[in-house]
Ligand binder design. Structure first.
Ligand code: EPZ
Length: 429
């Protein structure tokens, strides 16, 4: 296990290029299960969750090789007998559920361990299962696994809406199965996140017949099932969540930082929020040029489904708000419990309070480095932001959480002038 040691209050400047989006790469890797032809996925981020997905796919008979630059994965199904995604991998990564739809679509059966809850809250898959059942699948649970079998799949009208908006991976799973069902399916309230749109474009390259109707508030997908899908050669979109994380890092570190490699239209709500805080965000085709001008200002953040501020960014923005003048409020309408990072921010000296539906952040707080514990991927990113704003050294332990979703974070930080080092850690739970 490793830890990061960060010395804060240093100006950062320069250019950072984000990697391919983890949350697009994961369903796109699973799409290799939909064909027996060779597939190539490019711009794959070198993060733990991708490695876990590749290990899972290998158990499902997919041979995977990396090109020399390692951002490219070549995948091909060589064996189709095992359709069981074991708990040992699913418990490491909830996104393992992304193999469910492709397995049902292509092999007509799947056994996937029910992904437990996690640090950010309850993670049900009822909408995934309801959609697959509507397409004709038989579903049962067996000793903590969900077992799905479908001799035939037929078109259906399906809603992908849940109590807190559409389901991202649920949209990918049900869509993958609908692409191989007989007849037309209509998927209403489909997720509109850019990572889902990227997955749809990959399926279309494979020969899937999908039309997108992005109405004012609802996305409707019309799918005409096909008998088979071809291989693909696809480059994953840039990671808008990583870009937002770098913008939060830049916001607390005086200096001009260029953040490139992503589509700024995928993160308009974030750039608008940063501007409201007093960060100067210059938008260009290749990304953002950010600079904090004067004192940061408080604001209210409501994390909601796309195109609102993503739930995956609220922790990082809350860390910035510890440095803003006044009282800020952060609400997460997708994962209302996703405030585990507040206690660690308080250890650094942040003035934060949890109410039943929000976080209250009062600033500006003088943060002082100390030892903190990473808890989940985006909470860990919030600790990096806070550590860069703190005086002295901060040690962040259990940073395997960060390694799940950020490629070479410390290398990119050092290139901007940050004082950061990774050390082996004998942390005992
Ligand atoms: C995806 O998770 C992302 N992960 C998450 O990013 C992200 O936070 C989340 O979408 C929301 O944007 C990947 O794409 C791999 P959901 P997912 O199904 O698909 C409820 C990160 O940090 N719901 O869209 O698992 C659910 O409880 C990760 O990179 C149901 O009620 O999330 C939640 O409140 C963390 N029933 C809401 O919907 C269901 O069947 C959104 O969940 C499914 C979900």
């Amino acid at each position: 296990m490793d830890r990061l040691v960060i010395c804060g209050k240093r100006p950062l400047a320069g250019t950072v290029q984000v990697s391919g989006a983890k949350n697009a790469a994961l369903p796109c890797l699973a799409a290799a299960l939909l064909t027996d032809e060779p597939c190539t996925l490019r711009r794959v981020p070198k993060v733990r969750d991708v490695a876990t997905m590749c290990r899972l796919l290998a158990t499902l008979g997919v041979s995977i090789s990396s090109a020399d630059d390692d951002a490219e994965r070549r995948l091909e199904v060589t064996e189709t007998t095992n359709c069981d995604a074991g708990y040992h991998l699913v418990r490491q990564m909830r996104a393992s559920i992304c193999v469910l739809g492709p397995l049902v679509a292509q092999r007509r059966k799947a056994r996937v361990a029910l992904p437990g809850g996690c640090q950010i809250g309850h993670r049900p898959i009822d909408i995934h299962l309801r959609g697959l059942a509507a397409l004709g699948a038989d579903i049962r649970t067996d000793r903590g696994d969900v077992v799905v079998e479908a001799n035939t799949l037929h078109g259906a009208e399906i809603s992908l809406a849940g109590p807190r908006g559409a389901t991202v991976t649920g949209t990918c799973n049900v869509l993958a199965a609908a692409c191989r069902a007989k007849g037309r399916s209509v998927l209403r309230h489909a997720a509109r996140e850019p990572e889902v749109t990227d997955f749809i474009s990959l399926l279309q390259k494979m020969g899937a017949r999908i039309s997108i109707d992005d109405g004012s508030t609802d996305r409707v997908l019309e799918v005409d099932g096909v008998d088979e899908l071809s291989g693909f050669d696809h480059a994953v979109i840039g990671d808008r969540i990583e870009a937002a994380t770098w913008a939060a890092i830049a916001a607390v570190s005086n200096g001009v930082v260029d953040i490139t490699g992503f589509n700024p239209t995928d993160a308009v709500a974030v750039s608008n929020c940063l501007s409201q805080m007093g960060v100067d965000v210059e938008v260009s085709e290749s990304g953002w040029r950010t600079q904090t001008v004067g004192q940061l200002k408080n604001c209210e953040i409501h994390a909601k489904p796309f195109p609102a501020i993503p739930t995956d960014c609220q922790a990082q923005l809350a860390a910035v708000l510890t440095q803003a003048v006044g009282v800020s409020v952060v609400k997460d309408f997708v994962f209302p419990e996703r405030f585990g990072y507040l206690a660690e921010l308080a250890r650094l000296g942040a003035d934060v309070e949890r109410t039943d539906v929000s976080a209250i952040v009062r600033g500006p707080a003088s943060l002082v480095g100390t030892e903190v514990l990473a808890s989940d991927l985006r909470a860990s990113a919030a600790l990096v932001v806070a550590a860069l704003a703190a005086a002295g050294e901060t040690t962040i332990r259990r940073i395997y959480h960060l390694d799940r979703g950020y490629e070479n974070l410390e290398g990119k930080l050092r290139a901007l002038g940050a004082s950061v080092r990774r050390e082996a850690d004998d942390y005992q739970f």
